[in-house]
Design a protein around this ligand. Structure first.
Ligand code: NAI
Length: 340
């Protein structure tokens, strides 16, 4: 279904065409947020409601979604919002979705690693992935639920069993690592943050998060100790927030921002916008590991191209070697759980 900008404007809704050409049609796009009543889910739902590429916003959670949906639906932007509550409504929430964003599950408390979340979140992700394979097998899936290093392989296994797996359509959302790397780098390098680019590769937990500051732009003359400190701060960014929140959860607002950025990139890719490139944890042959985060070109079918790592500094080469064992174990843990 395609709704032209002209007809949308004539009905009084305001939204942008994808490249800013007034005559181009803006496709109808349904985005479903699973876990929409949570700490990430609520601000993420708000940000998706502000996105002019979304025509239908489906907010699902096991509880609390009627309130969130009523609240968000009063905002005078393009999308129509519907809240769905409880597993009996999951199918309706997913039907026809182009993009499914999953921030469902429990967050970390101080002293916990992302892996400590495994048992609860793995079960939730398995249930949600099973429903996706049934109700919207062609959707692009944006996995936020931690540990991403394991939940993405879990979803892949569920989709394989259901016969719906397409590696181009499954993404672990690592955008928050990129957002953090950009912010921290801009602060240290004293360059305008809006101009900064830093690829972050590997996985999404501790040392598996590998920011490539040697490729950061604009260039800055940071010494080895500064790069080391920036790398550590990026890897520990989540823990910094968990500790500051002192038992009240993990990153929610910055994660909602990062999740909204990544979902927007997926929508742009689906709509045919050229050269949409983001880092994401996807099925990969960049290393010997079956899943790996790196720059990915997004297109009409999801992943169009998984880009290579580019030249690494000695420090980054070392980081890459030392992350592999942990990342491999987390991927295998996910696969084993899914096949239990
Ligand atoms: P939260 O506890 O505030 O919200 C989670 C929501 O999920 C709740 O509303 C809960 O009702 C819902 N939920 C639980 N089981 C569900 C199910 N079966 N179906 C649908 N919804 C269900 O947690 P928060 O802070 O929003 O974090 C959510 C997840 O995101 C956690 O796993 C957290 O570790 C992860 N996270 C990921 C980040 C990333 O960079 N990828 C960054 C920060 C958090």
């Amino acid at each position: 279904m395609v709704r032209s900008l002209k007809s949308a404007v004539s009905r009084g809704t305001s939204h942008l065409s994808r490249r800013g050409y007034a005559t181009e049609p803006v496709p109808e796009r349904k985005v479903a947020v699973l876990g929409a009543a949570g700490g990430i889910g609520q601000p993420l739902s708000l940000l998706m409601k502000l996105n002019p590429l979304v025509s239908s916003l489906s907010l699902y959670d096991i509880a609390g979604t009627p309130g969130v949906a009523a609240d968000v639906s009063h905002i005078n932007t393009r999308s129509e919002v519907v809240g769905y509550q409880g597993e009996a409504e999951l199918g309706k929430a997913l039907e026809g979705a182009d993009v499914v964003v999953i921030p469902a599950g429990v967050p970390r408390k101080p002293g916990m690693t992302r892996d400590d979340l495994f048992n609860i979140n793995a079960g939730i992700v398995k249930t949600l992935a099973t429903a996706i394979s049934k109700y919207c097998p062609n959707a692009l899936v944006n996995m936020i639920s931690n540990p991403v290093n394991s939940t993405v392989p879990i979803a892949a296994e569920v989709f394989k069993k259901a016969g719906t797996y397409d590696e181009r359509r499954l993404f672990g959302v690592t955008t928050l690592d990129v957002v953090r790397a950009k912010t921290f780098y801009a602060g240290k390098a004293k360059v305008p943050v809006a101009e900064v680019n830093v690829p972050v590769v590997g996985g999404h937990a501790g040392i598996t998060i590998l920011p490539l500051f040697s490729q950061a732009t604009p260039k800055a003359n940071l010494d080895d100790d500064q790069i080391k400190a920036l790398t550590k701060r990026t890897q520990d960014g989540g823990t910094e927030v968990v500790e500051a929140k002192a038992g009240k959860g993990s990153a929610t607002l910055s994660m909602a921002y990062a999740g909204a950025l990544f979902a927007d990139a997926c929508l742009k890719g689906l709509n045919g916008v050229p050269d949409v490139v983001e880092c994401s944890f996807v099925q990969s042959t960049v290393t010997e590991l079956p899943f790996f985060a790196s720059k990915v070109r997004l297109g009409k079918n999801g992943v169009e191209e998984v880009l290579g790592l580019g030249p690494l500094s000695d420090f980054e080469k070392q980081g890459l070697e030392s992350l592999k064992a942990e990342l491999k174990a987390s991927i295998e843990k996910g696969i084993q759980f899914a096949n239990k």
